[in-house]
Structures are given as C-alpha cells and as structure tokens.
Write a protein that binds this ligand. Structure first.
Ligand code: APR
Length: 375
C-alpha cells in the first residue's frame, strides 16, 4: 500500500485513463472516522462526454480527456460523500488500479450500485473482472463461471447437506467436528436404536432439537431464498432436517431425510407434538414410543420428496450441490441423474468428486455471497 502523501493520506481508490488518473485518498482520524479527498492527476475529467466511451475488449485506453477541471467539492467527511466525489465521472468504466483493503467491500457495493444503475451493460466483463480481482481478492474465475451459468440457466436445482448449516453453528456429520466422529450412528440413528435403546435415541435427538433452538439460518440460506424469489433457482432438495431453508423463506423445498420438527409414534405412526417427545410421553393412541420425523438409516426416503426432487433434477440444466459429502445413498446419486451442468461447492473437495463440471472449495455462505454479488 503506497502512502500517497507524507501526512499519511492513503490511496483508497485509484482509477486511470489515458493521460490521467483520479485518486480517492483517505486519512483515518484518531476517532477512527475517515476523511476523504479527491486528487486528479495531470489531465481533467470535468466534462468528459459519456459518448466518448466506446467500451472495447481491453478498455485500458479508451478515455480521452477534454478540458481542464475545477477544484469544486474536493473533500468529504463520510464514505457516502467520498464516493459521491466521483459522481461526475463515469468511474466504473475507468481502469481500476488500486483499492484499499479496508474499503474493498464498500467500493464493490458502490460499483454494484453503478452497474445496476446507469452503466448496466456498458461495463464489459473484462472491466468487471478487473474490479472483482481488486475488490474481492478471494474472487475466482470459478465464481464468475458459476454466476454466468446461474444467470443463463432456465431450470436450476440445489442439493444441500449438513455443510449448509455449519455456518449456523450446527455440526455436520462426517467432518472432524461432525456428530458421527463422536457418536456411532448405529447406536442413535437407526430403527434398531429406536427399538432397542430408546433412552440413548431419545437423548441424542433431544440434544439436537434443543441445540437447534439456539441457531438460525445463515447468509447462505438467505441467499438461496432470495435467488428462488428472483427466479434464479427453482427447487432445493435437502438432506437436512433442520428446516432452515424454509425458515429463511425458501418455498420449493424437498426434505429428503424428513424433518426434526415433526413427530409421530414409532408404532402406530400417529402424529405427536414436540413437547410430548421431549417429555418422553408415550403415544396417546397406542402407548408406543415417539420419534422425530427424520429418516433413520435403513428407512425409505419420503416418496413424494424423492420423486419431486428427481423430477426437478432431471429437468435442470444446472444442478448446484452444496455442503454434502455425498456419502449417503440414494441422495448421493441425484447429481448423476441430470443432463445439466453440475457444480459442487464444499469445504472439502477431493478427487472422488471429479465428475462435476465445476468444483469450488470453500464455505457455502462465503461462496454464495461472492456469486450473489455477481448475479
Ligand atoms: N460450507 C461448505 N461445505 C461445508 C461446510 C461449509 N460451511 N461445513 C462443512 N462442509 C462440508 C464438509 O466438508 C462435508 O464434506 O459439508 C460436508 C457435510 O457432509 P456430511 O457431514 O457427511 O453431511 P451430509 O452429506 O449432509 O450427510 C448426509 O447422512 O448422517 C446422515 O441423515 C444424515 O442427512 C445426513 C446424511
């Protein structure tokens, strides 16, 4: 980071064009507040005519400068006012040279506003990539590819697993901190456990039910709900029983492994209430043991959810698989049942997942946020 002036003004944003540059400088006050000022180097931009801009593939050298600039309104005491100092220039179309790390997100969202506003399709992807690589160092061409596939897709289905909810502080199953690394699933998540060791079964699911009450959907859930509303995705098939997709506002949800918020008798299948289960009451119809409506190992998946998920997957030209080890059958087979493009977003990506068209290793919430900034 170059200290532009010896009195510790720092470069917040530097933009270049043929024969000149605009620099937004900032200085942090003792209060922690920043003040800003604009510096225009060499040439003037003042009455730069928009139509002088003919964006080309490499738009490095398009901006021609006309006449001198006035020093009107050069300083600002807030970020909002600072970015307004650039209002007079088509700054999103200039060549971004530097963005201060502390201001990357704010510059990116200011740019997004301009992109969605008057510049729309006049900013070519070359320019956008340049901005993204400066504002979003974690940006990868893969995120860009996925955002394009998502925008061009006519039918997109999402398949999620427990990795979708770890950013809500709910453990998954097979990661280092996962449930099955501490508990043998055969002792708690099977019909045998329900029948033969109800106390342990009950303790395990009560712990999960009560644990969920401290948690809420994360940004990943929210973004998927927002994408559904925008028509970017058409369905979510989930292996999760936490109900967080629904809580986040998604409508087209297919719960392949049931729900931990529904309860019934393990004997007569009559439905029951959560408090009946938590209080270890027996079924009021037959006296049988109550259980949550989750699919236990050895049980069939709910027919309707499976059938509808499969229909969406087969109809899709894009299937995005998020936060699942794909170790549990038959959900693990769903990505193979589409002719569309397949994308895998997971914290751990290894060679066993080679049959995906695109694999992005990282946290679901963070990756979805990056994609969301580009769609
Ligand atoms: N973002 C992306 N991926 C993540 C994140 C995250 N924040 N956190 C964890 N992961 C990844 C892990 O690396 C792991 O590969 O999510 C995956 C979760 O895999 P599992 O724990 O095996 O969970 P899941 O695939 O949903 O399990 C399927 O198994 O135990 C049964 O019924 C249970 O529905 C569950 C099924």
């Amino acid at each position: 980071m170059n200290k532009a002036m010896e009195n510790d003004w720092q470069t917040i944003l530097s933009l270049g064009a043929e024969g000149g540059s605009i620099t937004l400088l900032g200085k942090e006050q003792h209060s922690g507040e920043w003040v800003f000022k604009k510096a225009v180097n060499e040439m003037n931009f003042d009455d730069l005519e928009d139509e002088s801009f003919q964006p080309t593939k490499s738009t490095e050298k398009v901006c021609t400068l006309k006449s001198p600039i006035s020093n009107r309104g050069n300083e600002a005491t807030s970020w909002e006012k600072a970015i307004k100092l650039l209002d007079h220039y088509p700054w999103p179309m200039l060549n971004p040279r530097e963005v201060h790390p502390a201001f990357r997100k704010r510059v990116w969202s200011a740019l997004q506003k301009e992109v969605k506003g008057k510049y729309g399709d006049r900013i070519n992807s070359y320019r956008l990539k340049k901005w993204s690589s400066l504002c979003l160092p974690e940006y990868s061409p893969k995120v860009d590819t996925l955002s394009k596939w998502l925008q061009n897709s006519t039918h997109t289905t999402i398949l999620t697993g427990a990795g979708m909810s770890t950013e809500s502080n709910i453990p998954d199953f097979r990661s280092k901190e996962g449930w099955w690394n501490n508990i043998d699933p055969r002792t708690v998540a099977t019909t045998d456990a329900l029948r033969d060791d109800y106390d342990l079964f009950h303790e395990f699911y009560s712990m999960r039910i009560n644990g969920l009450k401290q948690c809420k959907p994360n940004i990943g859930h929210d973004i998927l709900a927002d994408w559904e509303q925008k028509g970017l995705i058409q369905a979510i098939a989930t292996q999760n029983v936490d109900g967080f997709h629904t809580l986040a506002g998604s409508k087209n949800i297919y719960e392949l492994h049931g729900s931990i918020h529904k309860f019934r008798c393990g004997n007569c299948a009559m439905s029951a209430e959560e408090e009946d289960f938590l209080s270890e009451s027996n079924c009021k119809y037959c006296g049988g043991k109550l259980r949550p409506g989750v699919v236990l190992f050895g049980e069939m998946l709910p027919e309707e959810s499976w059938r509808d998920s499969l229909t969406h997957i087969q109809k899709s030209d894009l299937v995005i698989v998020i936060g699942t080890s794909l170790e549990v059958y038959p959900a693990s087979q769903l990505p193979k049942m589409t002719n569309g493009k397949t994308v895998y977003i997971n914290a751990e990506v290894d060679t066993t997942h080679h049959n995906f068209d695109l694999m992005i290793e990282g946290k679901a919430g963070e990756i979805l946020k990056l994609v969301d900034e580009l769609v």
